[in-house]
Design a protein around this ligand. Structure first.
Ligand code: HEM
Length: 518
């Protein structure tokens, strides 16, 4: 069925061996507008290993013409266990991956998975419903059904039991509330040219490779934890040596963590609430929605571009127009509210509040002596908390006008299969979700969390979380109160998306502990 994995893993590039990286890390597969995600439990480990060994998993090498289909695979910690990967190897992964998205109550609380979002109410990923494997299929229009048949092949049903099959829909780059999506992403330093030394005084959008892929230096100049094996544990010599640990084999190298959350969007509830707040004025309704997102529905930012080039933004005109801005020019939040979704999800700041300056002013800032107001030092530096988003929409589209029609029946499921990739789930996805998106004190605010994503649950010390304030020039902010929940979590999980060599290694399990030691 496939080219042998290792033959393809040899193809490379100067910085990274793209032949060893799964393609989704580098490409969004936007031309492949059809996609379907399978959440699987392993029924028969031997058949699963046979299927995985032959699986034509797409790598990240750029091909002309680009292939019309792609498949990617990723595993939960339970999945690695079920395949026979030894516990001593699994221990090398990060604690949050091992525990899983819904594995601990305190994690669920931090992620905001409470009330209607509690894992016990999820369709999958909650107690007793954690999948082993995620198989992502992508195809150009009209090709998905055939591609699925090819992929599933003879071993599929023996090997796996379907926990869920997540369908997606092509809404032409518009997410279900009606906003253009997929506009701001970090640029990845594939060529490994970025030198990170000391504080970064300006916001940048170019990210060290180690923030995305395991086995490379991250924004701290360090290597993120991952399983490093002894040479005897890799008797077939499949894995690459670890850059930072001579004599060790790197199971993480060229792999990443994939976070998946099924987020159901109440599109009718969203537009009906805003319509009431806007006294049925269509322009005002749209203005309120745009204030909540932080961009126009067309994707244009609420902050006019300016302030000079930002490393990692552009050079294309569209990216420059849409992403060459920071919030430094909007200290009062009157252009883009402090609590807007994109201002929370990426506050676009550097390491030191207030930006560059003389050595003396820097010292004063570091010592915390300058009092520039509460907001200058409340938001953590963004470069340690970036994620690469790769989600897909599901369900039929619904325009704001249709959402408001009184005769329109409610209840059709639509939303986002949110996917993000990162090398450190705790410091990247979980931090963004917890401190910024769910944070009720983000940026000096009180009584609110993300206007789109907030679960509106009261929390200790903060009985109200359902407000949204829109600062205004020369007058008090407009405070919208009593917002209902617009997005509900329906499932979720943490997956390890290995490099192709590591996938080959995993597929060759079981390797029993101490098996290959002399
Ligand atoms: C149904 C749920 C969600 C909706 C409707 C939504 C919608 C949007 C929209 C319309 C944008 C602006 C377009 C763009 O920059 O691509 C955006 C940006 C973004 N979102 Fe979300 N989002 C959702 C969930 C999430 C979650 C769960 C996270 C992370 C935990 C997240 C993180 C981000 C980030 C990092 C950006 C880019 C911000 C920037 O760099 O300016 N989103 N989202």
């Amino acid at each position: 069925m496939a080219e042998p994995l290792l033959a393809r893993a040899a193809a490379g590039s100067a910085g990274v061996d793209y032949g060893d990286v799964q393609g989704l890390v580098r490409f969004g597969y936007n031309r492949m507008t059809e996609a379907r995600f399978f959440l699987l439990a392993i029924r028969d480990p031997a058949a699963a290993r046979t299927w995985l060994s032959a699986a034509p998993v797409a790598d990240a090498v750029e091909r002309r013409p680009p292939p019309p289909t792609a498949m990617q695979v990723a595993f939960t910690a339970e999945g690695l266990r079920a395949l026979g990967v030894p516990a001593s190897v699994i221990q090398g992964f990060s604690p949050e991956f091992i525990s899983g998205m819904a594995g601990e109550e305190s994690r669920s609380r931090r992620l905001g998975d409470l009330g209607a979002d509690a894992p016990s109410r999820w369709r999958w990923g909650g107690p007793g419903r954690v999948p082993h494997l995620l198989v992502l299929l992508y195809a150009e229009p009209g090709r998905l059904a055939d591609w699925q048949r090819t992929i599933q092949g003879e071993h599929w049903t023996t090997a796996f039991q379907e926990v869920e099959c997540l369908p997606t829909s092509n809404l032409d780059g518009i997410e279900p509330f009606g906003f253009k999506d997929g506009i701001s992403q970090p640029s990845v330093d594939w060529k490994r040219e970025r030198r990170v030394e000391g504080d970064q005084l300006e916001y940048g959008n170019l990210l060290a490779l180690g923030e995305l892929l395991l086995g490379y230096p991250n924004e701290y100049g360090k290597y993120t934890e991952r399983p490093l094996l002894g040479v005897p544990d890799d008797p077939r010599g499949v894995l690459l040596p670890a850059e930072d640990a001579p004599g060790r084999k790197d199971l993480g190298r060229n792999g990443t963590y994939l976070v998946l959350r099924e987020l159901r969007q109440d599109v009718q509830g969203f537009w009906r609430f805003l319509n009431r707040e806007a006294n049925s004025n269509p322009q005002e309704r749209q203005r309120l929605a745009e204030a909540m997102v932080g961009r126009r529905m067309s994707g244009e930012p609420l902050i006019p571009p300016g302030g000079g080039p930002i490393p990692g933004v552009g050079p294309g005109a569209e990216d420059t127009r849409q992403n060459q801005f920071t919030y430094a020019s909007d200290q009062t939040g009157t252009r883009c509210p402090f609590g807007a979704h994109i201002r929370r999800a990426n506050p676009r700041n550097a390491d030191l509040p207030g930006g560059p300056g003389s050595l003396l002013s820097r010292l004063i800032r570091v010592l915390g002596l300058r009092r520039e107001g509460i907001r200058t030092d409340l938001v953590a530096s963004t470069r340690f908390h970036r994620i690469l988003r790769r989600g897909r929409e599901y369900g039929p589209g619904l325009s704001p006008e249709d959402a408001l029609r009184p005769d329109r029946a409610e209840g059709e499921a639509r939303g986002l299969h949110f996917i993000c990739l990162n090398a450190n789930i705790l410091r990247q996805f979980e931090f963004v979700q917890n401190a910024w998106i769910m944070g009720t004190k983000f940026n000096g605010l009180t009584g609110e969390s993300d206007p789109l994503l907030g679960n509106r649950e009261p929390i200790p010390g903060c009985p109200v979380t359902n407000a949204f304030s829109i600062p205004r020039e020369d007058t008090q902010p407009r405070r919208i109160a009593g917002m209902p929940q617009f997005v509900t979590v329906r499932g979720g999980g943490y997956f390890f998306m290995p490099g192709l060599r590591a996938l080959h290694y995993i597929a060759a399990s079981p390797i029993t502990e101490g098996d290959n030691r002399p």
